[in-house]
Design a protein around this ligand. Sequence first.
Ligand SMILES: Cc1cc2nc3c(=O)[nH]c(=O)nc-3n(C[C@H](O)[C@H](O)[C@H](O)COP(=O)(O)O)c2cc1C
Length: 223
Amino acid sequence: MLESQAQQNFNNEKSLKIITELHSIFTKRKSTRHFSDHPVDINIILKAISIAGTAPSGANKQPWSFGVIQDQDTKQIIKQKAEQEEDVFYNQKAPQKWLEDLKPLHTKPKKDFITQASYLIPVFYKNYELDSDNNRDKNYYVKESAGIATGLLISALHLAGLSTLTYTPTNRKFLVDLLGRPSNEGGMMVVATGLPSDNAQTPVISKKQLEEIAFIYSPVKSR
Ligand SMILES: Cc1cc2nc3c(=O)[nH]c(=O)nc-3n(C[C@H](O)[C@H](O)[C@H](O)COP(=O)(O)O)c2cc1C
């Protein structure tokens, strides 16, 4: 039988070596909440967003958009607004269980990383598309698709040597308003990125073992 180009190029041993190296690189990814002011070229950020844009999406609708914020004034406005929301969250709205789950991460209402990070990348999902006459065109699996794209973004930034924090302000509507996004978009999260500061500490947390998250099925008996 004739082999396709992909089949000819594929080598199990080589792929296992690559994936093992990637695993080692990805186990070093840690969310950072303390950034340095070391300069980071905007072209790295733009290329990472291009990589995010290669993500699969429902019916290839690509229901996402990404902002790039580098100026201190805008970061400061976002910090102020986010901290107001976080204050209410931590002191009034958050269920006790949620606060307990957050304890190991040492997060608090003050969000200094927002102004410290070299770039803030607000991620928006598009509920539907709007044409020039404001007609709606349906999108599918919007949040799933935008989430996968954000995963690629975080991975690309990590591979490029940058740290990230996936930040989800409690109320993300203010991002849509502040940044003048169109009415078909919703705020999903903000990816803060840059290099960690010298004294950056990461929480002591662990990841589930492979056996806990992967299930290899030998033929499933019909039920
Ligand atoms: C959808 C999502 C929302 C998150 N929101 C916040 C957040 O609002 N504030 C924060 O400090 N970290 C946030 N994080 C980061 C998580 O706390 C972090 O990923 C988790 O503790 C695991 O740590 P690691 O990223 O170092 O593996 C969020 C992560 C995800 C994926």
